[in-house]
Design a protein around this ligand. Structure first.
Ligand code: NAX
Length: 328
């Protein structure tokens, strides 16, 4: 029998946590033959609610779930973590400036980065979901100098999946027919969903839909503003779809991208495509043997260049702001 994989989830009592934990425990995060031990981190006021979720997890009698522990101390929660899903974050509230938001989240992601550095397993893989995800991941990564930087990633897979769904609808195909979708940049309204390299049933997606106005005026804004549209419709932000994307992100990272396809992950830049080194920006990536690699050699036209640059500039501004605050 295999040793259980320790999966730490922060914000476990939140709405994404509620959707995510059951999918992890059922084996969808790592594989149907991989036992998992859950380590849940919450703030003290939400520990009781996390205990309620843990009771339900127990009641689901998942054969792969070997244990659940609940903590309010990051040092204990990340002890021995092989996979760390950083979901809990400080949301933007009314009247909050961007600087306040970055500072409040620095208060969460700096100590969590330090705890990962000190206590996580040698093979730890980190996915940051909590917003602003890219910059929260940067803060955690910079505060974990002993962990290889490439183990810190942020989630743009929900944006990627949203882009697949919109393109499939437009082209009248199944999402399974689409390959090589890309989200570039920040998980924010400046993100750039790129179909110029995507393929539908093996043919170039942009040429197949042949509708530039749709790409510019419909597809890109619909994907970028989908989070706001969900809040408008549901009265609450995306939760099950966000949990599903987190499952996809880690599953792909661990188990690999299919031959002839790639995915989108926000990862520390090596300078590829003119993205300043170190920024945690979304790229097209392939995964193999538990490692990701940025897809190289794609041609970027002026239209795409301007959009990538705008999103990357926002990331650089956020990095400068958290540097000023002494968080990195
Ligand atoms: P909720 O407010 O339902 O849950 C957040 C939970 O985090 C709460 O239970 C809270 O007590 C906990 N928490 C706060 N500070 C913590 C800390 N220091 N340690 C541990 N737990 C802590 O939010 P939810 O809807 O679950 O969303 C969680 C985060 O995901 C938010 O930041 C949200 O903006 C972000 N999202 C990111 C997405 C992405 O694509 N990257 C999409 C979905 C989502 O909007």
């Amino acid at each position: 029998t295999r040793t259980p994989v320790n999966v730490t989830v922060t914000g476990a009592a939140g709405q994404i946590g509620y959707a995510l934990l059951f999918r992890i425990a059922s084996g969808q995060l790592l594989g149907a033959d991989v036992p998992v031990r859950l380590k849940l981190l919450e703030i003290p006021q939400a520990v009781k609610a996390a205990e309620g979720t843990a009771m339900e997890l127990e009641d689901a009698a998942f054969p792969l779930l070997t244990g659940i522990d609940i903590y309010d101390d990051p040092n204990a929660a990340f002890d021995g973590a092989n996979v760390a899903l950083l979901v809990g974050a400080r949301p933007r509230t009314k009247g909050m400036e961007r600087g306040d938001l970055l500072e409040a989240n620095g208060g969460i992601f700096k100590p969590q980065g330090q705890a990962i550095n000190a206590h996580a397993a040698d093979d730890v893989k980190v996915l940051v979901v909590g917003n602003p995800a890219n910059t929260n991941a940067l803060i955690a990564q910079r505060n974990a100098p002993d962990v290889p930087a490439e183990r810190f990633t942020a989630m743009t897979r929900l944006d990627h999946n949203r882009a697949l769904a919109q393109l499939a609808k437009k082209a009248g195909v199944s999402v399974a027919d689409i390959k090589k979708m890309t989200i570039w940049g920040n998980h924010s309204a400046t993100q750039y969903p790129d179909i110029f390299h995507a393929e539908i049933a093996g043919k170039n997606a942009f040429e197949t839909v042949n509708d530039r106005a749709w790409v510019e005026n419909d597809f890109i804004p619909t994907v970028a503003k989908r989070g706001a549209a969900i809040i408008e419709a549901r009265g609450a932000s995306s939760a099950a779809s966000a949990a599903s994307a987190a499952i996809d992100h880690v599953y792909t990272w661990v188990n690999g991208t299919p031959e002839g396809d790639w995915t989108s992950m926000a990862v520390p830049s090596d300078g590829s495509y003119g993205v300043p080194e170190g920024l945690i920006s979304s790229f097209p990536v392939t995964c193999k043997d538990g490692r990701w690699e940025i897809v190289q050699g794609l041609e970027i036209d002026d239209f795409s260049r301007a959009r990538i640059d705008a999103s990357v500039k926002e990331l650089a501004d956020e990095r400068d702001a958290v540097r000023k605050l002494g968080l990195i």
